[in-house]
Design a protein around this ligand. Sequence first.
Ligand code: SF4
Length: 650
Amino acid sequence: MKLAERVASLPTTPGVYLFKSARGRVLYVGKAQNLRQRVRSYLSPGADGRLRMPKLMERAADVEVVVTGGVKDALLLENELIKQHKPPFNVRLRDDKQYLALRLDPGERWPRLTQVRKFARDGAWYFGPYTSSSSMRDAVSNLRRIFPLRSCSDAVFRDYARRGRPCIEFEMDRCLGPCCDRIDEPGYAELVEGTALFLRGRSDQLREDLEARMQQAARDERFEDAARLRDRLGAVERTVERQRIVAERPVDRDVFGLARDGGELEIQALFVRDGRVVGNAGYGFSEVALDDGSVLESFLSQFYGSGDRHAVPDEILTSAPIDGEQGLGALLSDRASRRVPLRAPKRGDPRKLVEMATSNAEVGLARRLMARESLAAAHEELRERLGLAVLPTRIECYDVSTLHGTFSVASRVAFEDGVPVKSDYRSYRIHDTAGGDDYGCLREVIRRRLARVAAEPLPDLLMVDGGKGQLGVVLACLADADLRVETVGIAKERDPGSPSPRVRRGGGLKAERLFRPNRKDAIALPASSRGLLLLQRVRDESHRFAIDYQRSLRRRLGLTSILEALPGIGPGKRRALLRTLGSLAAVRRADEAQLAAVPGISARDAATIGRFFATAAREAAQAGPEPAGEPRGGGPDPADEPQRGGKPSA
Ligand code: SF4
């Protein structure tokens, strides 16, 4: 049946429609109050004589509908179907931003702030969202100076309670030592309340409260308490002054501004909490044929509709009126269990906020268009200089990491259109290859990757951190599997006589060389080459990811396993080390002379152990502090033990 004939038979009830290509691919999913009327609007030109989404209609061969109980249900189903089919004509929010929030559970006896990524309905208080972990860390560190809540886990808390002395946080005035009854419950509850007021932006109430308590303390001649409260009040005032007030009314609002250039579109979100902007985030879309109202409707229903990633604020402001506002409003009000107004304001503070979001969207769009031009140039340069058959829009890179022949691991990172796709990252633990055999480790990893080619198609360019030798390993694996893909090796120029290619010469980084199959000489691109910069970025990310994985592995396995993994340190030597030095921690802290003094430990063993722990400590220092709470992104290779998966960042 032709599309036009199908339309006549469609119901006039609310529901979801799916336009499909002649081959059955879902091209577009939409929802409607009246299915027949809506689908017909695609087939007949509008008042301006133009067809609605003409490119879609060129390809659409059929339409399917699903009737729902109402528009709200249709919105939910539309979201699900967009997620499931990834239709090319829909605005698809890759729900990939990992928003952070702070959680404080007043139901605990000694509440503490924890970093979370979900807003659950569990009776705890949630503050945020924070769009970067650094902004969250700043907030927490400011806060802990004013309201020193405990920072330890429950297990550590119990441990120090058992020992009867508080940890170093107490010595540093960053905790008041509830583990050892150095503060009573009412005193601690005041800190919790202050923290919550501060994070909710109720600074006036907080100031009044602190002032009243300070004066009371002075009247009661508790001068130390009064001085402490005075300092706390001063710190609150200094911190609050730095935050920008953007609205008179202290409400929580999410504000969305939209900018477009043809089919290129940018949405910028501003998160306003109690009248203060606490964060922002940008979302880019390409080849969008929908009008602004429909884009915003689809975007917002995906933004809030799926899961508990985004808390629904008191109010949502947008730069254009939303198509189907009632259905979306009902959906959000359901989620929040209160009425959530959705509006495109015309004046006052709300209008200013929308203008701010729109200007940010314009800047984001301009930046993205420029970056796209530069990315297109990088891809083209690589295609030309490396002689690739296709543009390398999707690149995978592999890196093997080993620590003095132990804890061999490897990483895979994937970049699409110059953006890391973190959900496609993989970490590999090397099982079958002896430590120190770099080529063997790489062979094992590439084989494991190629074995999954049916589930995970090969990229446009497969890159390996290494020179001719590593590239040769990849090529041999591909030949064994009878697979073909463009490949490249990237390595720093080697100093004559240096065993390692990662050596600095004259204090500066050495030139990079690219290696291609069937090419005797390495390719040297200028240091400013866009193509080279892209490959370096991918390689550096792969390196970072491998090191992160290795660190987390060492942390999980603990010191005992680390000692067991060290080459040449058998059970007898391990026992001698522990007996003489007293503990595993002492072994780690010992210098080479102390290690060599242990009976049975040679100077060489001492050097091995010393070097291992020194490198591990150096890496830990370079990588900075461990992230609090959630681990880094990236999924494990299916053969590995499960880790938390990450998501791509837009
Ligand atoms: S002093 Fe006690 S309660 Fe405070 S952080 Fe340390 S262990 Fe936790």
